[in-house]
Design a binder for this molecule. Sequence first.
Ligand code: SAM
Length: 270
Amino acid sequence: MADERQYDWASLGIDVTKPSIARTYDVVLRGKDNFEVDRAFVDEIAKIVPEIYDVAAYNRQILGRGVRYLAGEAGLRQFLDLGSGLPTVQNTHQVAQSVAPESRVVYVDNDPIVLAHGRALLAENERTTVVTADVREPEAILANEEVRRLIDLGRPVGVMLVGILHHLHDDEKPQRVVDVLMDAVPSGSHLFITSFCASSQEAIDAEVQYQGLLGTGRFRTPEEIEHWFAGLELLEPGVVPLPLWRPDGPVPNELTVGHKLMYGGIARKP
Ligand code: SAM
């Protein structure tokens, strides 16, 4: 585990006194780049949804299946992965480049810990980069020099908002973020979203804890999530609980709270 006392984290812009979204996600992925305050937050969530660790795994699994589809059948060679999180196993660039080695990937996150760890991982990979920026300012991301160096906005892009839009409050206008990004990319681009879903009483209780302890977390209805794809061609099977999106193994007969805690889907820009 990372040690709160080992470094001058503050000099890197990293606050070890409050849980961070990227680090709490690292806890549920059973990573080691997190602090006591992050683990304490996850303990509270696990009291409501004990399957929270499985939920993180479902999200990483759909990320892998989705990127394999985008780089494979959909033929995309450029990926803008927004709210990319700390590097873990089977990151977007590893999945995409295993299908098509020429794939370019830009990771964007507003947590400085992502850049600190991402730089080391990507030092050897010239087709992949990490940018520190805020998804609530999509125009700035599209204009960012490092983004433009790797992403040609004249060619189809895989726009990924995987596990991030539920961290935007309604007044931060997630639909606007989606629309600005999708307006900037050409026909044939794809939008890939996963999000916490208000699919059970436990989900609604977890939302209260997220907002109270983390300051963000808006669990939306399936209809609200589907609306983000308006104007695009939603691919089969639509916006569904994560384990049901193009599964590559057996699917559960009956869905649990954990299976349904996040919904997701992919759409193509016509
Ligand atoms: N996309 C990865 C995945 O699904 O495995 C990581 C998801 S993680 C749950 C959400 C990430 O979004 C965190 O790393 C967090 O720092 C980032 N994030 C949250 N709000 C953000 C914002 N406004 N701008 C950029 N990144 C943000």
